[in-house]
Design a protein around this ligand. Structure first.
Ligand code: BTN
Length: 257
């Protein structure tokens, strides 16, 4: 696969632009490998309908369009490929130890550095693309984040000694993404899952599982199933988590974000 980067100064959302490109594509044209980036997003989208703050020049906001080589039910596994790729690239570019939180957050010092929003976009009865939206906070200082995010969000600048070259970081992430997607397609989920688990902040830890702000249950995050769901051991048995938020229990007994 060859990446083709399309740059914009301002967009509502790189995921929305990717969707528009797919909907307007002409017959015979393939968007596989297209990467949409924006200097700023005015309507950045997060998971579960949330807003993703994406001010001008402070981070990498981009969406990679891929034509998956796996059945549609397995498409969400590409978000693990994306999380592992971002983690690997940041380890290389900034020499920082990042960790992963299910389903696909990348954490730095326990705070959220990067979020991933994967969307399935069908374009015929049988064919579909996935848009992998990735947002990485690069240059913000703590006070640049909205007050409600200041204890939860991190940027590379807050913890890195090195100045970060954003175009070079994007290139490294895309190289890794090519590698992890090829690995997923050729070898299945198992090797990627092992890598994800090795960097996980949550496996073996006590977590609280929440949906729309309500705690569903608490337990020990035990494993990632082969369909990408999280398995949590609770007093009532093993629960399979598919769409929810997971928070880690802190030493003082409270749950973080
Ligand atoms: C999350 O953790 O809630 C996912 C955040 C995803 C943000 C990125 S920024 C680039 C792309 N465009 C969007 O509108 N969202 C994703």
């Amino acid at each position: 696969m060859h990446w083709n980067i399309v740059r914009f100064d301002t967009l509502d959302s790189t995921n929305l632009e990717a969707r528009r490109m797919i909907q307007n594509q002409s017959t015979g044209q393939s968007l596989h490998g297209t990467v949409v980036t924006a200097g700023q997003q005015t309507g950045g989208k997060g998971r579960l309908g949330r807003v993703w703050e994406s001010p001008s020049g402070t981070g990498l906001w981009f969406t990679a369009i891929i034509q998956p080589q796996v059945p549609m039910e397995q498409a969400s596994l590409y978000s693990f490929a994306a999380a592992v790729s971002v983690a690997e690239a940041i380890r290389q570019a900034a020499d920082l130890e990042v960790t992963l939180k299910w389903p696909n957050d990348v954490l730095l010092n326990g705070k959220k550095l990067c979020g991933i929003l994967l969307e399935l976009i069908p374009y015929s009865k049988t064919e579909y693309y996935i848009a992998i939206g990735i947002g990485i906070n690069v240059r913000q200082e703590k006070e640049d984040f909205p007050p409600e995010l200041q204890e939860k969000a991190a940027s590379l600048a807050m913890f890195s000694e090195k100045a970060i070259d954003q175009p070079a970081l994007l290139d490294t992430i895309l190289q890794q993404l090519k590698r992890t997607c090829t690995q997923l397609e050729a070898q299945g989920f198992a090797p990627l899952r092992d890598q994800w688990k090795a960097w996980s902040a949550i496996i073996g830890q006590e977590v609280s599982v929440q949906q729309y702000g309500n705690v569903l249950y608490t337990g020990i995050a035990e494993d990632i199933a082969m369909d990408g769901s999280l398995l949590v051991r609770t007093a009532d048995g093993l629960q399979r988590v598919t769409a929810a938020d997971v928070s880690l229990r802190s030493k003082d007994g409270t749950y973080g974000f």
